[in-house]
Design a protein around this ligand. Structure first.
Ligand code: NAD
Length: 290
């Protein structure tokens, strides 16, 4: 397939590399001049999009996505599909999809989970929104770049699924970390807390698969000085998107709101920027009750 790939950053470059390795004809563009071996390098986003059957974007945010879409949609051929894999606000995803469809194109929003490790290994999970026809066209590419793709409904629903998932993740990580810090003060060993919770009703992905306490549970960023992994900054981005979406549809999300406030403080005032999102545990460890 002829594929245009725009945004060759930490995630985009390995994803594009996997498409090249699978034999697809990839033309890449990144404003920072990054190139991927085996892919043709375009001089502009429009050039990368011209003649492509699928254009994939992997960009920092909704504002940049909207700007790139303005440029690539007029350059794309009728029937081609614009597939955005970035994590952006639901409103931008729906606006870009409407613009693409008005131009006779297909549109899919397909944010991912799995991080740089998943992008490199080709084991990402895609959460997709868009028409059945557009989804069917890009699904074989999801199989190359990932291990699972869920079609979540019409445009914007991929982003909706992503931010709902990550809102749960942020809230659960905080709950897990504050429980470890409470156990410390109560004289309960972390290993004992893990042994109980990981097989009891308080278990969760954060406790069982990403244990935030060093030396306890499975190996995780906690065992590596809280180097990310999944950076607290990216968790804050996703939590803010969840709250923007909640405001848009007037949904009451008190835990998501509190998690957003805590990660904002952690990242912007307490030195959490650049650390894994599980570094909430050493944060709680140092604090007194507010
Ligand atoms: P990144 O900053 O490494 O990559 C973004 C790339 O887009 C950069 O190389 C940048 O130069 C390029 N870019 C910016 N503006 C552009 C433009 N106008 N035209 C062309 N290229 C442009 O970010 P990333 O970690 O690769 O993340 C990309 C997206 O994936 C984000 O939306 C992020 O939230 C999401 N995401 C990231 C992770 C992760 O672990 N890094 C996990 C899941 C989802």
């Amino acid at each position: 397939m002829k594929i245009g790939f725009i945004g060759l950053g930490n995630m985009g470059a390995p994803m594009a590399r996997n498409l090249v390795a699978a034999g697809h004809e990839v033309t890449g563009y990144d404003v920072a001049g990054v190139t991927v071996e085996g892919a043709r390098a375009a001089e502009s986003a429009a050039e990368a999009a011209r003649g492509a059957e699928v254009v994939i974007t992997m960009l920092p945010n909704g504002q940049i996505l909207r700007a790139v879409a303005e440029e690539v949609i007029p350059a794309m051929s009728p029937g081609a599909v614009l597939c955005d894999c970035s994590t952006v606000d639901v409103e931008s995803a729906r606006a870009v999809a409407a613009q693409a469809e008005a131009a006779g194109l297909g549109a899919v929003d397909a944010p991912v989970s799995g991080g740089v490790g998943g992008a490199t290994a080709g084991t990402l999970t895609f959460m997709a929104g868009g028409s059945d026809e557009a989804f069917a066209k890009v699904a074989p590419l999801f199989e190359i770049m990932g291990q699972k793709a869920v079609h979540c409904g019409p445009s914007g629903n991929g982003q909706a699924a992503k931010i709902c998932n990550n809102m749960i993740l942020g809230v659960t990580m905080i709950a897990t970390c504050e429980a470890f810090a409470l156990a410390d003060r109560l004289g309960l060993e972390r290993q004992k807390l893990y042994d109980v919770v990981s097989t009891s009703s308080g278990y969760s992905w954060t406790m069982n698969a990403y244990t935030p306490a060093p030396g306890v549970g499975v190996p995780s960023p906690a065992d590596n000085g809280y180097k990310p992994g999944f950076a607290a900054d990216l968790m804050l981005k996703d939590l803010r998107l969840s709250q923007a979406a909640a405001e848009m549809v007037d949904a009451d999300t008190p835990m998501g709101q509190r998690a957003t406030e805590l990660y904002a403080r952690f990242v912007e005032e307490e030195g959490g920027s650049g650390m894994d999102f599980s570094a909430m545990l050493p944060r709680f460890e140092k604090r007194q009750r507010e």
